[in-house]
Design a protein around this ligand. Structure first.
Ligand code: PEP
Ligand code: MN
Length: 263
């Protein structure tokens, strides 16, 4: 179902009034974690003004340590829904377990499957039974073939609305958190009709390198970017080091649009 052999034309996925895979590059922005109602509403207004069409924010967080902040849970989802009401931006948020799919789907427009859950087959099947778009991140140790098979899990349950997202893979390199595998963009586009985005924030792990890699992702053919943005990255409750501040995000969005006109 994900293969281009059976579906030669590119798939587009409409979320609210934005078309992913359409003529404009998709820009999804927001904090790693939702922290407060006022905070997420302020970020939503700011990123919308700079050109984001969708708002991201984690409410259920897959943290490496059980002692780290795990997200606000349903309260975070309620704040995201308020931010949608305030701005009209569609909402992207991660769901980590099959039992929570129904709950998260009540609040969001796009269900994110995180890198750590790319092969959680029960979860893939559960989101496949919803009618929400699914942002399927590539696992940091998964091949492109495994990734496309995970898309197949979602689609074979009846949900065709899968958006792929390259977010970096693990390599021997230590100067960056991961290595954003831009090879995946043309390869996956050759093999599949699904739209594909890049996440340079998790790909590099350092805000200094996010904008160049966002540009590179668009130059390689990605249909958009998802990036972490926080008004005060040093104070962010998670992933502050890789979060752009509001001015840096505005500049990145401008460069993404410029780069897109050249592709
Ligand atoms: C995130 O988007 O904040 C996240 C946890 O991403 P990933 O699953 O790619 O690590
Ligand atoms: Mn994050």
């Amino acid at each position: 179902l994900a293969s281009r052999d059976f579906h030669p034309d590119n798939t587009t996925i409409t979320v609210g009034d934005h078309v992913i895979g359409g003529s404009e590059p998709t820009i999804i922005a927001g904090p790693c974690s939702v922290e407060s109602l006022e905070g997420i509403i302020d970020i939503a207004h700011a990123v919308k003004k700079s050109g984001a069409q969708l708002l991201r924010g984690g409410a259920f967080k897959p943290r490496s340590s059980p002692y780290s902040f795990q997200g606000l849970g349903e309260e975070g989802l309620q704040y995201l829904a308020s931010a949608r009401e305030a701005t009209g931006l569609g909402i992207v948020s991660e769901v980590m377990e099959p039992g929570l799919v129904e709950l998260v789907a009540e609040y969001v427009d796009v269900l994110q499957i995180g890198a750590r859950n790319m092969q959680n087959f029960a979860l893939l099947k559960a989101v496949g039974r919803t009618n929400k778009a699914v942002l399927l991140k590539r696992g940091f140790a998964n091949s492109m073939e495994e990734w496309l098979m995970s898309a197949e899990y979602v689609m074979s349950e009846g949900n065709p609305n899968v958006i792929l997202c390259e977010r970096g893979i693990r390599t021997f390199e230590t100067y960056t958190r991961n290595t954003l595998d831009l090879n995946a963009i043309p390869v996956v586009q050759h093999l599949s009709h699904l739209p594909i985005l890049v996440d340079p924030s998790h790909g590099v792990g350092n805000s200094r390198y996010v904008t160049p890699m966002a540009r590179a992702g668009i130059a390689s053919g990605a249909q958009g970017v998802i990036v972490e943005v926080h008004p005060n990255p040093a104070e962010a409750w998670s992933d502050g080091a890789q979060s752009l501040n509001l001015d840096q995000f505005a500049e990145m969005a401008k460069q993404v649009r410029q780069t897109h006109t050249l592709v």
